[in-house]
Every structure is written in structure tokens, then in C-alpha cells.
Design a protein around this ligand. Structure first.
Ligand code: BEZ
Length: 211
């Protein structure tokens, strides 16, 4: 297993899932992707997480993001568990869950952290751009459910900054001011950011979020 880092090409793989066999790249197509692992089926935190991810279907679609979950349990277990998720979380799971019984994908994506747990996957999240490069990696412990609003927020930032020479400040939310990249001169900024900008310091210039 090689170490994956931001900017690396996300490794492709074939896998069995709750919805049949998939090829990762074919599944993603030209979309953004979110690949996230969870420790085990029929566990409480995971149940709430997959329910939350399913409820954000429209938000993921709006951002052109394909969702793919993973655990090391089998496909039939996933299918049985999905019934519980739908019932208890009042939703319909609308994305495949990889049945990574042989740990092939977990190892490829470094989702097993042996000093946390020898065999189960931790809560890893990868966000992958349409060119298949890894744009975000976050790892949560088994005891902490993820914040899916935060993941959507980061995807908003990634999609904005892919198209404009800006970055998003701490706690930024969609529609708030952004910072101009330091590689942009003030002269260039006048053309690139017609809504204007405020220079707090030469390296800290705020501008309304570009369209
Ligand atoms: C859970 O999803 O609740 C969970 C799974 C594995 C370890 C701890 C918690």
C-alpha cells in the first residue's frame, strides 16, 4: 500500500457493492466523488451517518457529487442493514455501499489504522475531483459520527476555488466573502473581481464570493 496524499490520483478499483459490481472510475464518470468508510454494519453511529448522507441526496446532486460508502461487511449484510437504516432514519439509502470483505479497497485507501482497530475501517473521507485527483482527506475515529454539512461546505469551497483564484477563510459559508489568492496582484484583482475588494493587509484581501 502506498501512502495517498492530496493531489494524488485516486486509485481505481472494481468492487462488489450493495447494488452489484462497480468500477470506481465508471461509477464516478465526470462527477465529483465522495468515498467514505465506516467500521461495521448494524452499528449505531454508522446507521445515523448513512441515513444523514442519504438525506443530503439533493445537496450532493446539486453539486454533481456521487456518493460511495464502504465497510468490510458483505453485500447481503449491507442490503439487510439498509432496510434498518431506511426504517430508523426515515430515508432511502440511494448510493452503493462497497462490501470490502477482502479489505482490498480499505488497504488501497489506508482505511484500516491498526493501532485504532486491527480489522475494522475507521471513518475515512475522500473527496475526489472530476479529474480523479484527491482533493480532501479526513479521518474520524469510530466513536465520532461525521458532520455531513461540513463535507458539503468543503465541497462548495473546493468547487469555488477550482474556478476562481480565491481561497475560503475560517468557518466560511456559501455566499460569504472570500480571500484573494496571494499570487494575484492588486492590479489583476481589479479586473478579476469586479465586485471590488478590501485590503486588510497586503496578504489579506477580501472580496465578495465570485459568481
Ligand atoms: C458505531 O457506528 O456506532 C460504531 C462502530 C464501531 C465502533 C464504535 C461505534
Amino acid at each position: 500500500m502506498s501512502v495517498l496524499r492530496l493531489g494524488d490520483k485516486a486509485p481505481n478499483f472494481d468492487a462488489e457493492t450493495s447494488e452489484g459490481k462497480i468500477n470506481f472510475y465508471d461509477y464516478l464518470g465526470d462527477s465529483w466523488g465522495i468515498l467514505f468508510s465506516h467500521p461495521a454494519d448494524f452499528t449505531p453511529v454508522c446507521t445515523t451517518e448513512l441515513g444523514a448522507a442519504a438525506k443530503y441526496k439533493d445537496e450532493f446532486e446539486k453539486r454533481n457529487v456521487k456518493v460511495l460508502a464502504l465497510s468490510v461487511d458483505g453485500a447481503q449484510s449491507h442490503k439487510d442493514w439498509i432496510k434498518d437504516i431506511n426504517e430508523t432514519q426515515n430515508t432511502t439509502v440511494n448510493f452503493p455501499i462497497i462490501a470490502d470483505e477482502d479489505r482490498k479497497v480499505s488497504q488501497l485507501y489506508d482505511m484500516i489504522h491498526p493501532n485504532a482497530d486491527d480489522t475494522l475501517t475507521v471513518r475515512s473521507v475522500y473527496v475526489i475531483a472530476p479529474d480523479k485527483t484527491i482533493k480532501l482527506m479526513i479521518t474520524y475515529p469510530a466513536s465520532t459520527g461525521r458532520n455531513f454539512k461540513e463535507l458539503l461546505r468543503v465541497i462548495d469551497s473546493l468547487q469555488l476555488t477550482a474556478h476562481h483564484k480565491v481561497a475560503t477563510p475560517a468557518d466560511w459559508q456559501q455566499g460569504e466573502d472570500v480571500v484573494i489568492s496571494t499570487s494575484v496582484s492588486n492590479k489583476e484583482a481589479e479586473n478579476k473581481f469586479p465586485k471590488g475588494f478590501k485590503e486588510v493587509k497586503p496578504y489579506l484581501r477580501l472580496t465578495p464570493q465570485p459568481d
